[in-house]
Structures are given as C-alpha cells and as structure tokens.
Design a protein around this ligand. Structure first.
Ligand code: CO
Length: 199
C-alpha cells in the first residue's frame, strides 16, 4: 500500500493513544450511546469538516453532508437523518452550513457539464431561478456567487421548517431551533444568516 494510505492507519493508532492519554474512559463512554445536541447539514467539501470548525468532540454532532448542503424534500437520506436526529435523538439545534467557494453552487451558475452531479446541481439551479431577480442584479461575478451561496443556505433552512419532521416536532416541543450559517474557507469564520425558532 502507498505511504499515504499507511499513514492513515498509523494516524488512527496515534489518535486513539492521545485520546486515552487525556481520558482513559473516552471510548468507553462513547460506547454507551450518543446524545448529540446538534444536527449538522453541510457540504461534502473537504475544507469544511463539521466537528473541527466548531470545536466539537465525537458524540457532539450528528452529521449529514452532501454536495452544496442541499435540503431536498424527496431526499430520503437527508429526511431520514433529520427525522432520526429530531425525533429520536432530540437534537436542540439544526445547522445548515454552506460555504463561500462552494463548487456545487458554482456549477449551478455555469453551463458546463460535470457528469452525474449535473442531476444534483439541477436542484441548486432551481434555487437560482427562485431568486433570479436579486442574483441577476448583482453584476460582479464573485459577489453574485457569494450571495448565491448565502441564499442557498437560507432556502435550505426555510425548506427544513416545512418538513413533516420539523412540523410535528414544533407541535410538541420548543426545539429544535434551525440555523443557517455560511463558512468562509479563506479565513475559517462562520457568519449567521438566518435563525428559525418555534415561538
Ligand atoms: Co460546497
């Protein structure tokens, strides 16, 4: 095997040793089950690792990632993750996190073809169409791209609020609160875009 591949297994052993050094019960506690306070719906992009950018440990974040952090009403994968997180794990917060420089969002702005992912990007093109007046009004390409990333997150949070899972949760309890974030890969900082609460 390649040195790179072998290093992954070596890194795993080192990581286990470090964790046990800090807390000998670290894995024993996790083996008892999970009660994460947060569901993260983010992009598959390698530069946006959910746990790392918010300083969360194993056991703290239930994670769903797809290209361009899309919330799509027919996506059984996303809907199942959402329902399990909200109805069974009782997460207190759901964060939809997009990021500037998102390749999936950018692909929805151009006419190039990328293969199978074109089907997925089609959903993002719908988001553009729904917000065409605002987006077409931004002449600078990069500014328009950044705003499109933000709008895609805001639409995602609003779509989450319309799911049967969130509807029934909000009939029975105050939680979860829904948040829309955008992460800047160029400086590591998060900006809040929208918060929807059951009030
Ligand atoms: Co992305």
């Amino acid at each position: 095997m390649s040195p790179y591949y072998n290093s992954l297994l070596e890194n795993n052993k080192k990581w286990v040793a470090e964790k046990l050094d800090q807390d000998p019960e670290f894995f024993a506690k996790l083996a008892n089950g999970q009660k994460p306070p947060l569901l993260w719906i983010g992009c598959a992009d390698s530069r946006v690792p959910a746990n790392e950018i918010i300083g969360a440990l194993p056991g703290e974040v239930f994670v769903h990632r797809n290209i361009a952090n899309m919330v799509i009403h027919t996506d059984m994968n996303m809907l199942s993750v959402l329902d399990y997180a909200v109805s069974i794990l009782d997460v207190q917060h759901v964060i939809v996190c997009g990021h500037y420089g998102c390749g999936g969002v950018h692909a929805a702005m151009d006419e190039k073809h990328y293969g199978l992912v074109d089907n997925w990007v089609h959903h993002i093109k719908d988001v553009y169409r729904f917000n065409k007046t605002e987006l077409d009004g931004i002449k600078d390409h990069n500014a328009r791209f950044r705003r499109f990333v933000e709008i895609n997150v805001i639409e995602g949070v609003q779509d989450l609020a319309k799911t049967a899972t969130i509807h029934s949760a909000w009939q029975n309890k105050k939680t979860p609160t829904l948040h829309g974030w955008v992460y800047d890969v160029a400086n590591g900082l998060v900006k809040e875009l929208i918060t929807l609460k059951n009030e």
